[in-house]
Design a protein around this ligand. Structure first.
Ligand code: 3H9
Length: 666
């Protein structure tokens, strides 16, 4: 028997059509049918003079059911639902709580009136799936809020809150009390009136410069994506064409995007990110409760971690060994929070709350009361072991001890304590208050509830967590090391840093490997005493070319810190090649791209084979959220599948690489 997705009751002339499709009321075929049937029933029933459409559970409709995408469409289509609601001769009121997203907001906009509960959020986030609204959304929204606001809401995809929605005319009322009661009373007030249809309004045209300025302002964000220009064209149609023609135009553009490769890739990303948080064996395991966190190390990483934790409402004690470094870190934390107030992201009151939850210390023992300690100190085993030995003495039993190490052996760190089950890796990416990725490293002895605690914390601080086994560099940096090896080998063989960077940027990365290397500093982990000139990096460092901060690295930097090609770096590279007996040649862009991508993917396959990564999609999530892999290609492993594993193996062989068995077996 199929589950009942709707219920119906009539309250003194007002029908309440309640939809219920947990967990997020995705608009499945059953929900669409129930809506069409409900509207028809209300139209035919003389005892009904108005209708309220509401949802049970935690939210209004969160959008079309993404699980139905990529399969044959099932009628009735959402466009039919929307048109049926809008055409209803009796007033229809949407009662919105939680999220009204995508098709959910499209349903709400087809209703004649909208009432929203406090805390509700309304948005058209389709662009984040490389899609656009396909059920009149691009035609209705500009008619309600104007072109400029519609561009922002649809092309950027961020939802607006209840109060803002009321202020811009997207909703009629923020319910002061019970939502459905308020909506029923509102509907009753409209009985006998001609329903107010969004389609009958006019979307006022704006000068072409408005579209141009918008596209220019967000050019970086839109780069590579097909959806934003399609959205702009569809919104423009709302101002130029009668409603029915605009809607037809929208549908054509929508279908093209829906059938395109970017939408498929972005849906993969959506489900991959949710899948990553699911770890077999953790069902029913209760995370430990975390309120107070100690952060060890007040450098860029430690202070970034502190900001991320504070922003999510946790108490933070920041520890550093010397006063000056502690002061620098604390200043960075406070300045970032204050900056968020100035930019309007944080209210003054909230900022004061956050700052009052922040303390600093020069005494590691002050972390005794913390529920979790996150160590972000120097990346050497001796330093980390000394800190963990001390934490083991200080921290209360049951506290979680985490290391932010990006390469080191977590089990060796845990061995410095008497409680390796409480130790876990939390590998943040810099700047930690901004980057979405958190690699959660499971040591040989990490307890299930410690792992569950790490995953719960990630969700709480709005990070995308991926669990990695304990191996050098974990998932991301181990693959990155392969790409770096290839990139550096190619410049020695004759490619220029510009060519390599350009090829990767054309593929869609925000920055090529050499600009990234220069930005991070070529002297990371390098010392003059131990340098032997055996790698191109060592040679550049020895020549004082330590990266952007020195004004020179693989590139020279002009006064605006723009990279320009460097004859000196080129000479150093040529000399290095000669010393190594490597003949130089021209590399095609295709070879450069193949070598940047496929050896790294091969390493990903090995990580899977060794069980370090649980799923191919986890590797995608790491690269998408931590390393700037272009989202519209779905991540390295997904992209390899699209190209075809056999083809990837063939290209590796052409490059002289022997593909691993792990890759061949994918
Ligand atoms: C659209 O509407 C197109 C139309 O314009 C045109 C049509 C013609 N479908 O995220 P969570 C699942 S495009 C199916 O962990 P939260 C999700 O996979 C759509 N399933 O919860 C997860 O399942 P599981 C536009 C969905 O509280 C569970 O629900 N809408 C959908 O952190 C819980 O999700 C969007 O893009 C869906 N649409 O966040 C909104 N949504 O438990 C997409 C969620 O098995 N959704 N699931 O892993 C979201 O942004 C968040 O899910 C939301 C809740 C904010 C709603």
């Amino acid at each position: 028997m199929t589950r009942q997705v709707s219920s119906w009751r009539v309250d003194d002339g007002v029908a309440i059509l309640m939809l219920d499709n947990p967990p997020v009321n995705a608009i499945s075929a059953a929900v669409r049918s129930a809506l069409v049937d409900g509207v028809a029933r209300a139209g035919a029933d003389d005892a009904v003079a108005a209708i309220v459409v509401a949802c049970a559970g935690r939210t209004f409709f969160a959008g079309a059911d993404l699980r139905e995408f990529g399969k044959p469409s099932i009628p009735p289509f959402l466009t039919e639902v929307v048109d049926a609601i809008e055409a209803c001769p009796k007033p229809v009121v949407a009662a919105i709580h939680g999220n009204a997203l995508g098709g959910g907001l499209e349903i709400a906009m087809a209703c004649h009136y909208r009432v929203v509960a406090a805390g509700g959020r309304l948005g058209l986030p389709e662009v984040k799936l490389a899609l656009m609204p396909g059920a009149r959304g691009t035609q209705h929204l500009p008619r309600l809020v104007g072109v400029e606001k519609a561009l922002e809401i649809i092309a950027l995809g961020d939802p607006v809150g209840a109060e803002e929605a009321a202020a811009i005319g997207l909703v009629d009322l923020v319910a002061p009390g019970d939502l459905v009661e308020t909506a029923v009373a509102f509907a009753r007030g409209k009985i006998g009136e001609t329903p107010r249809r969004t389609r009958d309004r006019v979307a006022a045209p704006v000068p072409e410069t408005v579209y141009e300025a918008f596209a220019l302002k967000h050019a970086r964000k839109f780069r590579g994506f097909d959806a934003p220009p399609a959205i702009i064209a569809s919104i423009r149609a709302a101002t130029e064409l009668p409603f029915a023609e605009g809607a037809k135009r929208e549908r054509e553009i929508f279908l093209k995007l829906r059938e395109g490769p970017q939408n498929e890739a972005m849906r993969h990303v959506f489900f991959a990110e949710r899948e990553a948080a699911k770890v077999p064996g953790l069902d029913g395991v209760e995370p430990r409760s975390i309120a107070q966190v100690g952060v060890i190390g007040a450098g860029t990483m430690g202070s970034g971690i502190a900001i991320a934790l504070l922003s999510a409402g946790l108490n933070v004690v920041l520890y550093e060994r010397d006063t000056a470094a502690l002061e620098r870190g604390a200043t960075r934390v406070r300045a970032t929070i204050e900056g968020n107030v100035r930019s309007g992201r944080l209210s003054r009151d909230r900022a004061d709350e956050v700052l009052s939850a922040f303390t600093t210390t020069l005494d590691l023992d002050a972390l005794a009361g913390a529920d979790l300690a996150i160590e972000a100190a120097f990346e050497t085993m001796a330093v980390k072991q000394a800190i963990f030995a001390q934490l083991d003495k200080t921290m209360r039993p049951g506290a979680v001890l985490a290391s932010n190490t990006s390469y080191l052996d977590l089990d060796e760190i845990a061995a410095a304590t008497s409680r390796p089950a409480d130790v876990v890796g939390l590998h943040f990416f810099s700047p930690a208050n901004i980057m979405k990725l958190l690699e959660v490293v499971r040591g040989a002895q990490t307890a299930p509830d410690v792992l569950a605690t790490a995953l719960a914390l990630a969700k709480r601080i709005h990070k995308v967590a991926v669990v990695s086994g304990n191996a050098w560099g974990f998932i991301g940096n181990r693959m990155l090391a392969i790409r770096r090896r290839e990139a550096e080998a190619m410049v020695v063989e004759g490619a220029s840093p510009e060519q390599v960077d350009r090829v990767l940027e054309d593929f869609g990365f925000p920055m090529g490997p050499f600009r990234v290397a220069d930005l991070a500093g070529l002297d990371l982990g390098w010392s003059a005493e131990t340098s032997t000139g055996s790698t191109i990096r060592e040679c550049l460092n020895e020549a004082g070319r330590r990266g952007q901060k020195a004004g020179k690295g693989f590139f020279d930097y002009d006064e605006n810190r723009r990279p320009v090609s460097s004859p000196e770096a080129e000479a150093i590279i040529a000399r290095f090649a000669a010393d190594q007996g490597i003949g130089r040649r021209t590399l095609s862009d295709q070879e450069v791209l193949d070598r940047l991508l496929w050896p790294m993917v091969d390493e990903g396959a090995r990580l899977l084979g060794e069980g370090i990564a649980m799923r191919a999609s986890d590797i995608d999530v790491v690269w998408l959220n931590g390393y700037g892999w272009p989202a519209w290609t779905g991540g390295p492993m997904y992209h390899a599948r699209q190209v075809g594993i056999a083809e990837v193996c063939r290209r590796l062989e052409v490059l002289g690489h022997n593909p691993s068995d792990a890759l061949r077996s994918l």
